[in-house]
Design a protein around this ligand. Sequence first.
Ligand SMILES: NC(=O)c1ccc[n+]([C@@H]2O[C@H](COP(=O)([O-])OP(=O)(O)OC[C@H]3O[C@@H](n4cnc5c(N)ncnc54)[C@H](OP(=O)(O)O)[C@@H]3O)[C@@H](O)[C@H]2O)c1
Length: 287
Amino acid sequence: MGALEGKVAVITGGSSGIGARTAELFVEAGARVAIAGRRRANGERLAKKLGDAAIFVQTDVSRESDVKAMIGQATARFGRLDCLVNNAGTGSRYDAIADLDLDRFDAAIGVHVRGVLAGMKYAVPIMAAQKSGSVINVASINGVHAGLGGVYYSVAKAATIHLTRCAAMELGEKGIRVNTLSPGPIATGIFGKGTGIDHDEADEHLEAAEAAISTILPQWQPLPYVGRAEDIAQAALFLASDASRLLTGHNLVVDGGMSAGWPAGATRDALACFRKAVQTSLSKQRT
Ligand SMILES: NC(=O)c1ccc[n+]([C@@H]2O[C@H](COP(=O)([O-])OP(=O)(O)OC[C@H]3O[C@@H](n4cnc5c(N)ncnc54)[C@H](OP(=O)(O)O)[C@@H]3O)[C@@H](O)[C@H]2O)c1
């Protein structure tokens, strides 16, 4: 029996990348899933591939009416709701504070925070009636570590992490768990999309993301391999399943160790310089 046998999940941003692989893995584990996203052709293609266990619901998570319809259609089709994966998101962008475009900021908050909040607003009454449920909000290591993700994205993801904690405090007594899943760099189309290329093209050429991440890996990440959508989908499977029944309000970071400290590759040369400077200074004092 699969870890999600009999469960029903809604996965936003399921038309590509982490969300698409999560939908596949959940179905392999016995779940039925509603895949949500804006690109109808991509979402319907994946739903068709997954057969009777999946539907696609065209959804823009920044529109409350879309989110309401998404939860409504999923429960109408499958009869219950055990898991909501708030995964829809867009990439980061770097603008200096003095050059910020506040409309871009509103758009980032609209998807990463308001969209997550709307999903919970409509999922929670159904989960509360069932006295169980797991909400997984996909944030980012940029929600905890400043400097890499740009202001719009980093602030929005930080808010997602705290929103998760707030919701977990309220909803625990209803049997609903709420956790954040924070990936490090993962080879998906999100980076290509950020450069302005066609979204489908970016999704098809993951080798571009792999190559780009590989270049910075030794400086940033202790584990010497590139994160894939599969790595995050496996963590989502754990959070969705009863194996994580005691976890709530948690931020599960899946980043190859990136946020734990400085990787050996980044510090080796610096430490050698540091030791040499100490020795040089001491030997000068002795003479
Ligand atoms: N890849 C990474 O390195 C990384 C690292 C940390 C966090 N994350 C987070 O992981 C999540 C998934 O990203 P990914 O890497 O899998 O990138 P991706 O392949 O570009 O997936 C993003 C998904 O979100 C959907 N989406 C975007 N805006 C939406 C909206 N307004 N309404 C509904 N759906 C929307 C997109 O589908 P449509 O275009 O069809 O709407 C797409 O399916 C995001 O929240 C991202 O911030 C990714």
